[in-house]
Design a binder for this molecule. Structure first.
Ligand SMILES: [Zn+2]
Length: 346
């Protein structure tokens, strides 16, 4: 198993509490360090630092003005937020807007869709190297490796072409998928198993007939990100049918979850992609503390073995991108168990 990891992730760290929520900022450096330890303990392979592919794979997905904003928002807002406090919007563009602001206070609200992706001093650097982990993993798979795991932190699947939110800044899965598309010309399928809908990834590829996006997630009627993730969202134009959502009840049983996963895998098989990008969030495991309904899907550790078996059954060269998962005590074990399962079922 190829494993990509950058220590730069630790530069993005806050003890902030989420404004308006009775929850701490769960997306912390200890998550990545727990995964590193578990991967080493499981003997899954050596951890490589990513190659620097520069800005091109990032600008292939994200808008140049959005990237400039991510690079400068922290420094621009210093006089207002003082000291080491993060930059967070207090006014969002919501439904309908008529003016695109050029100053930082308005830009914070224009380029973000929630308060859960604060910009800290080291956020850009961490997000940049997280994306390079994804591109390097894609490059390894393009060069013949069956699996490459990118330990991406911060995660990415909520980030759209020019919006950040939900702990995400750059969409690592979209960047990996686009790099594979551009370098090989082959179709790519993205399977998102994070508990939350991958709204950013969906929006980036919504009109692209060469990238299939399949997502299993908690129904947006009850769970974040609320405004995306319905079954009826199937893509547009030539890409109708290339976006498929499986919104599930938050208390879905392991059996029903695996049935839905089997359906998604059947859709992927029919699409005949050359590569699979797996957005692997582990907050769908029953012990995760983040779900708003007091518990995640009823999937336990042995269910994870079945998840690995079903995905490995696609027999596709696969890039695995780390997304969410906030049970820090067990997160490393979950990641190691999925990766081990993928190898075993190959
Ligand atoms: Zn999630």
């Amino acid at each position: 198993m190829e494993i990509l990891y950058s220590p730069h992730h630790a530069k993005h760290a806050t003890t902030l509490r989420l404004p308006g929520y009775p929850l701490p900022y769960f997306e912390i450096p200890a998550r990545a360090e727990a995964i590193v330890q578990a991967i080493r303990k499981a003997g899954l392979g050596k951890l490589d630092e990513p190659r620097d592919f520069g800005m091109a794979p990032i600008t292939d997905v994200h808008a140049p003005d959005f990237i400039r904003y991510l690079q400068t928002a922290y420094q621009s807002s210093r006089p207002f937020f003082e000291g080491t406090k993060p930059a967070i919007a207090d006014t969002f563009n919501g439904r309908g807007w008529r003016h695109k602001p050029t100053g930082w206070p308005g830009q914070l609200g224009y380029y973000s869709f929630d308060v859960a992706a604060a910009i800290l001093e080291g956020t850009w650097e961490a997000a940049y190297w997280s994306a390079q982990c994804a591109v390097t993993a894609a490059d390894r798979v393009r060069s013949g490796s069956r699996f490459a795991y990118a330990l991406c932190r911060p995660p990415g699947h909520h980030a759209a072409r020019d919006q950040h939110g939900g702990f995400c800044y750059l969409n690592n899965a979209a960047i990996a998928a686009t790099a594979l598309r551009r370098s090989t010309g082959q179709r790519v399928a993205i399977l998102d198993i994070d508990y939350h809908h991958g709204n950013g990834t969906q929006e980036i590829f919504y009109a692209d007939p060469d990238v299939l996006f399949c997502s299993l997630h908690a129904s947006p009627d009850a769970e974040y990100p609320f405004f995306w993730g319905g079954k009826e969202e199937r893509g547009e134009g030539e890409a109708i049918g290339c976006n498929r959502n499986w919104p599930l009840p938050h208390s879905v049983s392991e059996n029903d979850y695996l049935t839905a996963l089997g359906e998604a895998v059947a859709v992927i098989r029919e699409f005949k992609p050359g590569f699979l990008v797996l957005s692997a969030g582990f907050d769908f495991m029953e012990s995760d503390p983040v779900p708003l309904n007091g518990g995640s899907f009823r999937v336990g550790p042995s269910g994870l073995d079945s998840v690995a078996r079903i995905i490995a059954g696609l027999s596709l060269p696969t890039v695995i991108i780390q997304e969410g998962g906030y049970d820090v005590e067990r997160l490393g074990l979950y990641v190691a168990r999925l990766l081990t399962g993928l190898i075993r079922h190959t």
